[in-house]
Design a protein around this ligand. Structure first.
Ligand code: ADP
Ligand code: MG
Length: 388
Protein backbone atom coordinates (compact mmCIF):
# COMPACT_ATOMS: atom_id res chain seq x y z
CA UNK A 1 0.00 0.00 0.00
CA UNK A 2 1.45 3.28 -1.09
CA UNK A 3 -0.13 6.70 -0.89
CA UNK A 4 1.27 9.58 -2.89
CA UNK A 5 0.65 12.10 -0.14
CA UNK A 6 0.92 15.85 -0.56
CA UNK A 7 3.31 15.67 2.40
CA UNK A 8 5.84 14.15 0.03
CA UNK A 9 5.80 17.24 -2.20
CA UNK A 10 8.62 19.39 -1.01
CA UNK A 11 8.27 22.67 -2.83
CA UNK A 12 4.84 24.12 -2.23
CA UNK A 13 5.80 27.78 -1.83
CA UNK A 14 4.04 29.88 -4.45
CA UNK A 15 2.64 26.80 -6.22
CA UNK A 16 -0.93 26.90 -7.44
CA UNK A 17 -2.65 23.89 -5.91
CA UNK A 18 -6.01 22.73 -7.22
CA UNK A 19 -7.62 21.17 -4.15
CA UNK A 20 -10.54 18.87 -4.94
CA UNK A 21 -12.55 18.92 -1.73
CA UNK A 22 -15.82 17.24 -0.81
CA UNK A 23 -17.87 20.10 0.57
CA UNK A 24 -21.17 18.51 -0.40
CA UNK A 25 -22.97 19.67 2.74
CA UNK A 26 -26.62 20.34 3.51
CA UNK A 27 -27.60 23.97 2.87
CA UNK A 28 -30.88 25.60 3.76
CA UNK A 29 -31.86 29.19 2.95
CA UNK A 30 -28.28 29.98 1.99
CA UNK A 31 -26.81 28.69 5.27
CA UNK A 32 -24.70 25.57 5.84
CA UNK A 33 -26.63 23.25 8.19
CA UNK A 34 -23.84 20.83 9.03
CA UNK A 35 -20.16 21.51 8.55
CA UNK A 36 -18.73 18.07 9.47
CA UNK A 37 -17.21 17.73 5.99
CA UNK A 38 -15.83 21.27 5.94
CA UNK A 39 -14.16 20.76 9.33
CA UNK A 40 -12.75 17.45 8.16
CA UNK A 41 -11.05 19.21 5.23
CA UNK A 42 -9.48 22.04 7.24
CA UNK A 43 -6.23 20.28 8.12
CA UNK A 44 -5.27 19.95 4.47
CA UNK A 45 -6.06 23.60 3.73
CA UNK A 46 -4.04 24.72 6.75
CA UNK A 47 -1.17 22.52 5.66
CA UNK A 48 -1.14 24.11 2.21
CA UNK A 49 -1.30 27.57 3.78
CA UNK A 50 1.53 26.82 6.15
CA UNK A 51 3.74 26.03 3.17
CA UNK A 52 2.59 29.15 1.31
CA UNK A 53 0.83 27.49 -1.58
CA UNK A 54 -1.89 29.28 -3.56
CA UNK A 55 -4.98 27.26 -2.89
CA UNK A 56 -7.72 26.87 -5.47
CA UNK A 57 -10.63 24.96 -3.95
CA UNK A 58 -13.17 23.01 -5.98
CA UNK A 59 -16.05 20.81 -4.91
CA UNK A 60 -19.39 19.49 -6.03
CA UNK A 61 -22.70 20.13 -4.31
CA UNK A 62 -25.88 18.16 -4.92
CA UNK A 63 -27.02 17.29 -8.42
CA UNK A 64 -27.44 20.43 -10.56
CA UNK A 65 -27.26 18.30 -13.76
CA UNK A 66 -24.64 20.21 -15.68
CA UNK A 67 -26.09 23.70 -15.56
CA UNK A 68 -25.97 26.71 -13.28
CA UNK A 69 -28.55 26.72 -10.51
CA UNK A 70 -28.19 29.15 -7.65
CA UNK A 71 -29.64 26.60 -5.26
CA UNK A 72 -26.49 24.52 -5.70
CA UNK A 73 -24.00 27.35 -5.46
CA UNK A 74 -21.07 26.76 -3.10
CA UNK A 75 -21.06 30.39 -1.98
CA UNK A 76 -22.47 29.57 1.51
CA UNK A 77 -19.71 26.97 1.89
CA UNK A 78 -17.02 29.51 0.99
CA UNK A 79 -18.49 31.85 3.62
CA UNK A 80 -18.45 29.13 6.29
CA UNK A 81 -14.94 28.05 5.34
CA UNK A 82 -13.72 31.63 5.64
CA UNK A 83 -15.22 31.81 9.13
CA UNK A 84 -13.70 28.49 10.22
CA UNK A 85 -10.25 29.47 8.92
CA UNK A 86 -10.43 33.07 10.06
CA UNK A 87 -9.15 34.05 6.66
CA UNK A 88 -10.43 35.64 3.47
CA UNK A 89 -11.71 33.19 0.87
CA UNK A 90 -12.26 34.69 -2.59
CA UNK A 91 -15.36 33.08 -4.06
CA UNK A 92 -15.61 32.88 -7.86
CA UNK A 93 -19.16 32.42 -9.17
CA UNK A 94 -18.02 29.97 -11.86
CA UNK A 95 -15.65 27.08 -12.40
CA UNK A 96 -13.61 28.07 -15.44
CA UNK A 97 -13.76 31.22 -17.49
CA UNK A 98 -12.47 34.74 -17.16
CA UNK A 99 -13.47 35.39 -13.58
CA UNK A 100 -11.66 32.29 -12.34
CA UNK A 101 -8.59 33.13 -14.41
CA UNK A 102 -8.49 36.67 -13.17
CA UNK A 103 -8.99 35.73 -9.50
CA UNK A 104 -6.23 33.12 -9.74
CA UNK A 105 -3.80 35.47 -11.45
CA UNK A 106 -4.13 37.91 -8.55
CA UNK A 107 -3.37 35.33 -5.86
CA UNK A 108 -0.54 35.79 -3.40
CA UNK A 109 1.15 32.95 -1.53
CA UNK A 110 -1.26 31.46 1.03
CA UNK A 111 -4.36 32.96 -0.63
CA UNK A 112 -7.50 30.95 -1.19
CA UNK A 113 -9.77 31.09 -4.24
CA UNK A 114 -12.96 29.04 -4.09
CA UNK A 115 -14.57 28.04 -7.40
CA UNK A 116 -18.26 27.28 -7.72
CA UNK A 117 -19.85 23.85 -8.14
CA UNK A 118 -17.96 21.55 -10.53
CA UNK A 119 -21.24 19.93 -11.52
CA UNK A 120 -22.44 23.17 -13.13
CA UNK A 121 -20.27 21.96 -15.99
CA UNK A 122 -21.61 19.00 -18.01
CA UNK A 123 -18.08 17.63 -18.39
CA UNK A 124 -17.68 16.83 -14.70
CA UNK A 125 -19.92 13.80 -14.38
CA UNK A 126 -18.99 12.58 -17.89
CA UNK A 127 -15.32 12.42 -16.94
CA UNK A 128 -14.69 14.73 -19.89
CA UNK A 129 -11.03 14.94 -20.90
CA UNK A 130 -11.48 18.48 -22.14
CA UNK A 131 -13.01 19.66 -18.87
CA UNK A 132 -10.30 17.85 -16.91
CA UNK A 133 -7.60 19.50 -19.06
CA UNK A 134 -9.12 22.91 -18.51
CA UNK A 135 -9.24 22.35 -14.77
CA UNK A 136 -5.64 21.14 -14.77
CA UNK A 137 -4.55 24.32 -16.57
CA UNK A 138 -5.64 26.39 -13.57
CA UNK A 139 -2.87 25.05 -11.33
CA UNK A 140 0.60 23.55 -10.98
CA UNK A 141 -0.38 20.52 -8.92
CA UNK A 142 -3.58 18.74 -7.94
CA UNK A 143 -4.60 17.44 -4.54
CA UNK A 144 -7.50 15.05 -4.13
CA UNK A 145 -9.14 15.29 -0.73
CA UNK A 146 -12.63 14.21 -1.83
CA UNK A 147 -12.78 10.59 -0.71
CA UNK A 148 -16.58 10.53 -0.93
CA UNK A 149 -16.49 10.75 -4.74
CA UNK A 150 -13.47 8.54 -5.39
CA UNK A 151 -15.71 5.67 -6.47
CA UNK A 152 -17.04 7.89 -9.27
CA UNK A 153 -15.52 8.30 -12.71
CA UNK A 154 -15.84 12.09 -12.66
CA UNK A 155 -13.47 14.52 -14.36
CA UNK A 156 -12.27 16.32 -11.23
CA UNK A 157 -11.16 13.11 -9.52
CA UNK A 158 -10.57 10.73 -12.43
CA UNK A 159 -9.50 12.18 -15.81
CA UNK A 160 -7.71 15.18 -14.31
CA UNK A 161 -4.85 13.06 -12.97
CA UNK A 162 -3.60 12.52 -16.53
CA UNK A 163 -2.89 16.20 -17.00
CA UNK A 164 -1.26 17.43 -13.79
CA UNK A 165 0.99 16.04 -11.02
CA UNK A 166 -1.46 14.55 -8.51
CA UNK A 167 -1.38 13.88 -4.80
CA UNK A 168 -3.60 12.75 -1.95
CA UNK A 169 -4.75 15.32 0.61
CA UNK A 170 -4.37 14.65 4.32
CA UNK A 171 -8.01 13.68 4.77
CA UNK A 172 -7.93 11.25 1.85
CA UNK A 173 -4.76 9.74 3.23
CA UNK A 174 -6.34 9.26 6.66
CA UNK A 175 -9.46 7.72 5.16
CA UNK A 176 -7.35 5.14 3.37
CA UNK A 177 -5.12 4.40 6.36
CA UNK A 178 -8.07 3.91 8.70
CA UNK A 179 -10.18 1.90 6.28
CA UNK A 180 -7.19 -0.34 5.62
CA UNK A 181 -7.31 -1.32 9.28
CA UNK A 182 -10.73 -2.77 8.54
CA UNK A 183 -9.45 -4.58 5.44
CA UNK A 184 -6.63 -6.08 7.55
CA UNK A 185 -8.37 -6.22 10.90
CA UNK A 186 -7.15 -7.20 14.31
CA UNK A 187 -9.48 -10.01 15.29
CA UNK A 188 -12.15 -10.39 16.47
CA UNK A 189 -13.68 -8.22 13.75
CA UNK A 190 -17.33 -7.41 14.29
CA UNK A 191 -19.26 -5.94 11.36
CA UNK A 192 -22.46 -4.10 12.25
CA UNK A 193 -24.74 -3.45 9.32
CA UNK A 194 -28.17 -1.99 8.85
CA UNK A 195 -29.94 0.73 6.92
CA UNK A 196 -32.13 0.56 3.90
CA UNK A 197 -29.96 1.19 0.82
CA UNK A 198 -29.36 -2.49 0.63
CA UNK A 199 -28.18 -2.89 -2.94
CA UNK A 200 -25.09 -0.82 -2.10
CA UNK A 201 -24.13 -3.01 0.86
CA UNK A 202 -23.96 -6.50 -0.54
CA UNK A 203 -20.37 -6.22 -1.81
CA UNK A 204 -19.25 -5.10 1.61
CA UNK A 205 -20.96 -8.03 3.30
CA UNK A 206 -19.39 -10.35 0.72
CA UNK A 207 -15.90 -8.93 1.21
CA UNK A 208 -15.84 -8.62 5.00
CA UNK A 209 -17.72 -11.83 5.71
CA UNK A 210 -14.67 -14.12 5.46
CA UNK A 211 -12.63 -11.87 7.78
CA UNK A 212 -15.38 -11.15 10.27
CA UNK A 213 -15.94 -13.11 13.46
CA UNK A 214 -19.52 -11.86 13.61
CA UNK A 215 -21.75 -9.90 11.27
CA UNK A 216 -24.55 -8.25 13.22
CA UNK A 217 -27.43 -7.28 10.98
CA UNK A 218 -30.18 -4.85 11.92
CA UNK A 219 -32.26 -2.18 10.21
CA UNK A 220 -34.22 -2.93 7.08
CA UNK A 221 -31.29 -5.04 5.90
CA UNK A 222 -32.21 -7.61 8.56
CA UNK A 223 -35.71 -8.03 7.12
CA UNK A 224 -34.26 -9.62 3.99
CA UNK A 225 -32.18 -12.06 6.00
CA UNK A 226 -35.13 -12.92 8.23
CA UNK A 227 -37.31 -13.52 5.17
CA UNK A 228 -34.59 -15.64 3.57
CA UNK A 229 -34.70 -17.86 6.69
CA UNK A 230 -38.41 -18.30 6.35
CA UNK A 231 -39.66 -15.74 8.88
CA UNK A 232 -42.75 -13.71 8.11
CA UNK A 233 -41.76 -10.04 8.09
CA UNK A 234 -45.26 -8.64 7.52
CA UNK A 235 -45.20 -5.20 5.94
CA UNK A 236 -41.53 -4.57 6.71
CA UNK A 237 -39.33 -2.98 4.06
CA UNK A 238 -37.60 -5.60 1.92
CA UNK A 239 -36.09 -5.88 -1.52
CA UNK A 240 -36.17 -9.12 -3.42
CA UNK A 241 -32.61 -9.03 -4.80
CA UNK A 242 -31.35 -8.78 -1.26
CA UNK A 243 -33.49 -11.70 -0.13
CA UNK A 244 -31.81 -13.80 -2.82
CA UNK A 245 -28.44 -12.53 -1.67
CA UNK A 246 -29.29 -13.29 1.95
CA UNK A 247 -30.10 -16.88 1.09
CA UNK A 248 -26.38 -17.50 0.58
CA UNK A 249 -25.54 -16.31 4.09
CA UNK A 250 -27.04 -18.59 6.62
CA UNK A 251 -24.12 -19.47 8.85
CA UNK A 252 -23.76 -18.81 12.56
CA UNK A 253 -21.48 -15.94 11.71
CA UNK A 254 -24.47 -13.84 10.73
CA UNK A 255 -26.44 -12.67 13.71
CA UNK A 256 -29.98 -11.44 13.12
CA UNK A 257 -32.35 -9.63 15.49
CA UNK A 258 -34.10 -11.94 17.94
CA UNK A 259 -36.77 -9.32 18.59
CA UNK A 260 -38.06 -6.24 16.81
CA UNK A 261 -40.00 -3.09 17.47
CA UNK A 262 -42.93 -3.22 15.08
CA UNK A 263 -45.71 -0.84 14.12
CA UNK A 264 -49.11 -2.05 13.04
CA UNK A 265 -49.73 -0.07 9.87
CA UNK A 266 -53.52 -0.17 10.33
CA UNK A 267 -53.94 0.54 14.02
CA UNK A 268 -50.64 2.38 14.53
CA UNK A 269 -49.91 0.26 17.59
CA UNK A 270 -46.24 -0.21 18.43
CA UNK A 271 -45.09 -3.45 20.07
CA UNK A 272 -42.03 -5.58 20.69
CA UNK A 273 -42.23 -8.90 18.84
CA UNK A 274 -40.03 -11.93 18.71
CA UNK A 275 -38.48 -12.08 15.24
CA UNK A 276 -40.70 -15.03 14.30
CA UNK A 277 -43.92 -13.47 15.56
CA UNK A 278 -44.28 -10.40 13.35
CA UNK A 279 -47.88 -10.12 12.19
CA UNK A 280 -49.19 -9.51 8.71
CA UNK A 281 -50.01 -5.82 9.13
CA UNK A 282 -46.86 -5.01 11.07
CA UNK A 283 -43.61 -3.43 9.90
CA UNK A 284 -40.33 -3.82 11.80
CA UNK A 285 -38.87 -0.35 12.39
CA UNK A 286 -36.22 -0.94 15.05
CA UNK A 287 -34.37 -3.76 16.76
CA UNK A 288 -35.82 -4.88 20.10
CA UNK A 289 -34.30 -4.80 23.61
CA UNK A 290 -33.04 -8.40 23.57
CA UNK A 291 -31.32 -7.79 20.27
CA UNK A 292 -29.57 -4.74 21.70
CA UNK A 293 -28.25 -6.94 24.52
CA UNK A 294 -27.26 -9.72 22.15
CA UNK A 295 -25.46 -7.39 19.72
CA UNK A 296 -23.78 -5.59 22.61
CA UNK A 297 -22.26 -8.80 23.93
CA UNK A 298 -20.40 -9.25 20.62
CA UNK A 299 -19.47 -5.60 20.26
CA UNK A 300 -17.88 -5.76 23.70
CA UNK A 301 -15.67 -8.65 22.65
CA UNK A 302 -14.46 -7.07 19.40
CA UNK A 303 -10.97 -5.76 18.68
CA UNK A 304 -12.04 -4.14 15.42
CA UNK A 305 -15.48 -2.88 14.60
CA UNK A 306 -17.10 -1.34 11.55
CA UNK A 307 -20.59 0.09 11.62
CA UNK A 308 -22.63 1.07 8.59
CA UNK A 309 -26.38 1.44 8.50
CA UNK A 310 -28.83 2.49 11.24
CA UNK A 311 -30.54 -0.27 13.25
CA UNK A 312 -33.96 1.25 12.58
CA UNK A 313 -35.88 4.24 11.32
CA UNK A 314 -33.94 6.49 13.69
CA UNK A 315 -35.32 9.71 12.17
CA UNK A 316 -38.40 9.06 14.27
CA UNK A 317 -37.75 9.27 18.02
CA UNK A 318 -39.91 6.18 18.61
CA UNK A 319 -37.65 4.01 16.50
CA UNK A 320 -34.30 5.45 17.50
CA UNK A 321 -33.51 3.39 20.55
CA UNK A 322 -31.63 0.52 18.90
CA UNK A 323 -29.49 2.79 16.75
CA UNK A 324 -28.58 5.09 19.63
CA UNK A 325 -27.80 2.22 22.01
CA UNK A 326 -25.56 0.49 19.48
CA UNK A 327 -23.96 3.82 18.46
CA UNK A 328 -23.18 4.69 22.08
CA UNK A 329 -21.67 1.32 22.76
CA UNK A 330 -19.51 1.40 19.63
CA UNK A 331 -18.33 4.91 20.53
CA UNK A 332 -17.53 3.94 24.10
CA UNK A 333 -15.48 0.92 23.00
CA UNK A 334 -13.57 2.82 20.29
CA UNK A 335 -10.29 4.53 21.23
CA UNK A 336 -9.38 1.93 23.72
CA UNK A 337 -10.28 -1.72 23.60
CA UNK A 338 -11.56 -1.64 20.05
CA UNK A 339 -10.57 0.11 16.85
CA UNK A 340 -13.85 1.51 15.57
CA UNK A 341 -14.89 2.92 12.20
CA UNK A 342 -18.31 4.38 11.48
CA UNK A 343 -19.48 5.42 8.02
CA UNK A 344 -22.52 6.08 5.87
CA UNK A 345 -24.63 9.21 5.36
CA UNK A 346 -27.41 8.37 7.79
CA UNK A 347 -25.20 6.32 10.08
CA UNK A 348 -22.98 9.32 10.77
CA UNK A 349 -26.07 11.46 11.26
CA UNK A 350 -27.30 8.95 13.83
CA UNK A 351 -23.89 8.79 15.51
CA UNK A 352 -24.01 12.56 15.99
CA UNK A 353 -27.29 12.11 17.84
CA UNK A 354 -25.40 10.10 20.46
CA UNK A 355 -23.08 13.14 20.87
CA UNK A 356 -20.27 10.61 21.25
CA UNK A 357 -18.87 10.92 17.71
CA UNK A 358 -15.55 12.25 19.00
CA UNK A 359 -14.85 8.96 20.77
CA UNK A 360 -14.94 6.96 17.57
CA UNK A 361 -11.51 6.25 16.06
CA UNK A 362 -12.58 7.09 12.54
CA UNK A 363 -15.80 8.63 11.27
CA UNK A 364 -15.61 8.30 7.50
CA UNK A 365 -16.62 11.16 5.20
CA UNK A 366 -17.40 8.67 2.48
CA UNK A 367 -20.78 6.95 2.40
CA UNK A 368 -20.96 5.04 -0.88
CA UNK A 369 -17.22 5.48 -1.40
CA UNK A 370 -16.44 3.79 1.89
CA UNK A 371 -18.66 0.85 0.97
CA UNK A 372 -17.00 0.59 -2.46
CA UNK A 373 -13.49 0.82 -1.05
CA UNK A 374 -14.08 -1.78 1.65
CA UNK A 375 -15.98 -3.91 -0.86
CA UNK A 376 -12.90 -3.95 -3.12
CA UNK A 377 -14.58 -2.18 -6.03
CA UNK A 378 -12.89 0.07 -8.60
CA UNK A 379 -11.94 3.50 -7.24
CA UNK A 380 -11.17 5.77 -10.22
CA UNK A 381 -10.39 8.70 -7.91
CA UNK A 382 -7.61 6.77 -6.20
CA UNK A 383 -5.93 5.37 -9.31
CA UNK A 384 -2.46 6.81 -9.62
CA UNK A 385 -2.33 8.22 -6.09
CA UNK A 386 -3.12 5.18 -3.96
CA UNK A 387 -1.73 1.77 -4.82
CA UNK A 388 -3.55 -1.04 -3.10
P1 ADP B 1 -26.28 4.89 5.33
O1 ADP B 1 -26.56 6.14 4.55
O2 ADP B 1 -25.80 5.18 6.70
O3 ADP B 1 -25.40 3.94 4.59
P2 ADP B 1 -28.78 3.77 4.44
O4 ADP B 1 -28.92 4.87 3.46
O5 ADP B 1 -28.57 2.42 3.92
O6 ADP B 1 -27.67 4.11 5.53
O7 ADP B 1 -30.09 3.65 5.34
C1 ADP B 1 -30.53 4.67 6.17
C2 ADP B 1 -32.01 4.65 6.30
O8 ADP B 1 -32.47 3.37 6.64
C3 ADP B 1 -32.51 5.57 7.35
O9 ADP B 1 -33.15 6.66 6.74
C4 ADP B 1 -33.49 4.73 8.17
O10 ADP B 1 -34.71 5.38 8.44
C5 ADP B 1 -33.70 3.54 7.27
N1 ADP B 1 -34.07 2.33 8.01
C6 ADP B 1 -33.32 1.63 8.87
N2 ADP B 1 -33.99 0.58 9.37
C7 ADP B 1 -35.21 0.59 8.78
C8 ADP B 1 -36.36 -0.24 8.88
N3 ADP B 1 -36.38 -1.31 9.68
N4 ADP B 1 -37.42 0.07 8.12
C9 ADP B 1 -37.40 1.15 7.31
N5 ADP B 1 -36.36 1.97 7.19
C10 ADP B 1 -35.26 1.70 7.91
MG1 MG C 1 -27.95 6.68 3.08
Amino acid sequence: MKILSIKKYKDLRGKKVLLRADFNVPIKNGVVRDDFKISAGLATIRYLQRYNAKIIITSHLGKPKGEYNEKYSLKPVATRLSRLLGKRVAFVPGVLGLEAGSAISKMKDGDIVFLDNLRFNKGEEKDSKQFAKNLAKLADIYVNNAFAVCHRRHASVSAIKKYIPSFAGLLLEKEIENLNKIIKPKSPLVVVMGGSKIGTKTTLVKKLYPKADKVLIGGALANNFLLARGFDVGKSLIDLDSVKFAQKYKSEKILLPSDLLVKNLITGKISVRKADEVEREEAALDIGPNTIKLFSSYIKRSATIIWNGPMGMFESSRFRNGTIAIGQLIASRSRGKTFGVVGGGETVEALYKTKMQDYVDWVSTGGGAMLSYLGGEAMPGLEGIVRR
